[in-house]
Design a protein around this ligand. Structure first.
Ligand code: ADP
Length: 286
């Protein structure tokens, strides 16, 4: 599957420009992390990709044709978890997934539902009414409906919100396996999720793409801009962009990102989170 986002702009009816002309090819197989501050335009981009919104300018192609002319093909190949997902509280987990399978026109839905429940660890809740599930279990039902029928395009808007660390790791592994033969686009605030599974990271900021490349490339760009200050003078803290701060017996130990490291800082290898913070801080200084 090939999707091409071409100079896409999106302005809402209240005049808010959420995307300001972005372009990116999405090719199978890949697992792409979409990250950026709140309001950057991530959810808007995802809604455009599932044809839930139409771009104000530019276009999105599925293969060689506009996405909107291929709605049937898109629907058959799409799994989507939006940020706020309405579940039918009075249905059981199985009934809900059966309903979603019917909407998606999935053949042999029984086997597909059993598989999706097994992969999201929900088999034991098959006959449980959704209203009695915990927040994390409900999130898993949302993920289960998205992966139903093994879609070729999986779009997940903050899928790991509300999950405990073990569940998050399980899902990361599940998404990584799924991405072997499809496009998985995952928006998240959790940089560790991106670091451990994504082969590509797209950073959105105020409706533009600040970075599109591999996590390694992003880390490389921050090399020399991350440092440790073992005993941070209290009066200097304000002046630095601090990504970690630890109170120790010797004093306050800080990890900072800066265009130019001060002499009191010792350069260290950036993590992906440092590199992300460096890029965003640089942009916000402009
Ligand atoms: P993100 O998912 O990165 O937090 P969004 O795509 O939700 O960002 O929002 C991008 C911008 O568009 C924000 O400024 C948001 O307030 C605005 N926005 C989102 N949805 C709407 C809408 N339906 N009407 C008007 N403005 C919107």
């Amino acid at each position: 599957m090939n999707i091409s986002i071409q100079n896409v702009e999106m302005t809402y009816s209240n005049g808010k420009q959420a995307l300001q002309g972005i372009s990116a090819p999405l090719q199978s197989p890949s697992l792409i992390g979409l990250v950026g501050p709140n309001g950057a335009g991530k959810s808007t981009l995802m809604k455009l990709l599932v044809a839930g919104l139409l771009p104000t300018k530019g276009e999105i192609l599925l293969g060689d044709s506009p996405l909107i002319s291929k709605e049937k093909e898109l629907k058959e190949n799409l799994g989507y978890l939006p940020q706020s997902f309405g579940l039918y509280d009075e249905l059981t987990v199985y009934q809900f997934l059966d309903y979603m399978a019917a909407l998606k026109g999935i053949p042999q839905s029984r086997a597909a539902i059993e598989k999706a429940m097994a992969e999201t660890n929900l088999s034991q809740y098959k006959r449980t009414r959704i209203r009695t599930l915990s927040g994390g279990q409900r999130q898993r039902v949302g993920i289960a409906q998205a992966i139903l029928g093994n879609p070729k395009l999986l779009i997940l808007d903050e899928p790991t919100v509300g999950l405990d660390p073990e569940e998050r790791i399980n899902f990361r592994n599940l998404f990584s396996k799924a991405a072997q033969d499809k496009i998985v686009l995952l928006s998240t605030h959790i940089i560790e999720d991106v670091q451990s599974i994504c082969n590509r990271i797209i950073i959105l900021h105020c409706g533009i793409i600040l970075f599109d490349g591999s996590p390694q490339e992003l880390i490389l760009a921050a090399q020399g801009h991350v440092g440790m200050i073992d005993q941070m003078p209290a009066e200097k803290e304000e002046g630095y962009h601090i990504t970690a701060r630890l109170n120790t017996l010797k004093g306050v130990c800080c990890r900072i990102v800066a265009e130019e490291l001060p002499p009191i800082a010792q350069a260290v290898d950036p993590t992906l989170e440092d590199a992300y913070m460096y890029l965003i801080a640089k942009e916000e200084k402009k």
